[in-house]
Design a binder for this molecule. Structure first.
Ligand code: PMP
Length: 404
């Protein structure tokens, strides 16, 4: 029956409305960095659910926390407090050096929350006339799929046909501090950016860019909002990608790995001076901060508090960079890495990113293409070094097989 399910899922008869163009793998079980499909084939997971699986599949402490909590209490909504909510809020805010948080569920929902907070802060604290605040966003951004968020995307697939869109967003080129400075007006509430653009292909701005954004935001009384849904929680070799360049944002948006690969969990974390603009009855979510998410989130924060996942990302990240850089000119045209995270541009003469992903599947490795010719690698931070080499050997082999 499992095999039958696999063929239906991947066929034109699928009942799933969105077409993700899945690779020909139907996952069934997983442990650590390895996924087993319905036919019993094993694959090294070099995608790690786009950084949602930072601590590995079936992570022992995540599972223990989840199992224990499942038996105890899973949901009361926010109409009542529960005994883990304040503990989780304290642990997470301490981890990132802030003092308040708003718990939500998905990354997009937390980005929406940050937008609402920034606008209300501009009105109540900065003195921008009501409903006129502007938020500056970046070219190539990806912040989620809600109508407000896709309205300021410049990806035609994300936007096309889904309008009309919410006003109040101004786009500037990512990495260009002069353009950002020119776009700031007295109505600017916030600059919203990914410190490293994930979906765009792991685009890393010049090292002086984020510090300059911080300076401009401070000088013009504008909130710096860092969407660390994909970059945060260990991936870059630090708890937050902003830390790599010594920058502190006003608001951090966290998600993906916060749920330990088990539950959807996201959060906006910042200082009380900003987040206090949300008062009772003004924002909320049935599932945000639910007991199961808090229990798992506490286990995640506990792992990050040891610094071990970050250190592994940094040291394995050096291996990743050392192995990928020689492939430039040998199948790849560019490689970008930060921590255990890479964006690779495939030489178009060899084929598409999809061709490389299919060749990788044949060699027992899972990765995902984006924008035609780019591949992203974000394996669990718990991956064995020998397994990482296996994945990179497979990549070399796949490129060679395509004629590199
Ligand atoms: N922000 C960033 C930086 C992301 O990479 C993503 C997801 N790829 C999101 C937000 C949206 O998260 P979700 O899919 O959980 O809504």
């Amino acid at each position: 029956p499992q095999t039958r399910r696999s063929s239906v899922l991947l066929s034109p008869q699928s009942r799933l409305a969105q077409n993700y163009h899945p690779l020909p793998v139907v996952a069934s079980t997983a442990e650590g960095a390895w996924v087993t499909d319905v036919e019993g084939r094993r694959f090294l997971d070099m995608l790690g659910a786009y950084s949602a699986m930072n601590f590995g599949h079936a992570n022992a402490s995540v599972l223990a926390a989840a199992r224990q909590q499942l038996e105890r209490l899973t949901l009361v909504s926010r109409a009542f407090d529960h005994d883990l909510l304040e503990e989780f809020a304290t642990a997470l805010t301490d981890l990132v050096g802030k003092d308040m948080m708003v718990p939500m569920n998905t990354g997009a929902e937390a980005v929406e929350t940050a937008i609402k907070v920034a606008r209300k802060w501009a009105y109540e604290v900065k003195g921008v006339p009501a409903d006129t605040a502007e938020i500056i966003v970046m070219s190539g951004n990806f912040h989620g799929r809600t109508t407000t968020i896709v309205g300021f995307s410049d990806d035609p697939d994300a936007r096309g046909g889904f309008g009309p869109f919410a006003p109040g967003f101004v786009t500037v080129p990512f990495g260009d501090a002069a353009a950002l400075e020119a776009a700031i007006t007295p109505r600017t509430a916030a600059v919203l950016l990914e410190p490293v653009q994930g979906e765009a292909g792991v685009l890393i701005p010049p090292p002086d860019y984020l510090p300059r954004v911080r300076e401009l935001c401070t000088a013009h009384d504008v909130l710096m909002v860092a969407d660390e849904v994909q970059s945060g929680l260990g991936r870059t070799g630090t708890t937050l990608a902003c830390e790599v360049v010594g920058v502190e944002a006003d608001l951090y948006v966290l998600g993906k790995a916060l749920g330990g690969g088990v539950v959807p969990a996201s959060a906006v974390v910042g200082d009380a001076a900003v987040l206090r603009v949300l008062r009772a009855g003004q924002h909320g979510s049935t599932f945000g901060g639910n007991p199961l998410a808090c229990a798992v989130g506490l286990a995640v924060v506990e792992m990050l508090r040891t610094g071990e996942p970050q250190d592994r990302a940094a040291s394995l990240g050096r291996v990743l960079a050392e192995r990928l850089e020689p492939l430039v000119g040998r199948g790849l045209t560019q490689v970008r890495t930060q921590g255990l995270w890479a964006g690779l541009d495939v030489d178009p003469r060899l084929g598409t990113g999809r061709d490389v992903c299919e060749a990788l599947v044949a060699r027992g490795v899972l990765a995902k293409d984006t924008h035609g010719s780019t591949l992203r690698l974000s394996p669990p931070l718990t991956i064995d070094e020998a397994d990482l080499h296996f994945g990179l050997d497979a990549l070399e082999g796949a490129l060679a097989g395509l004629g590199a």
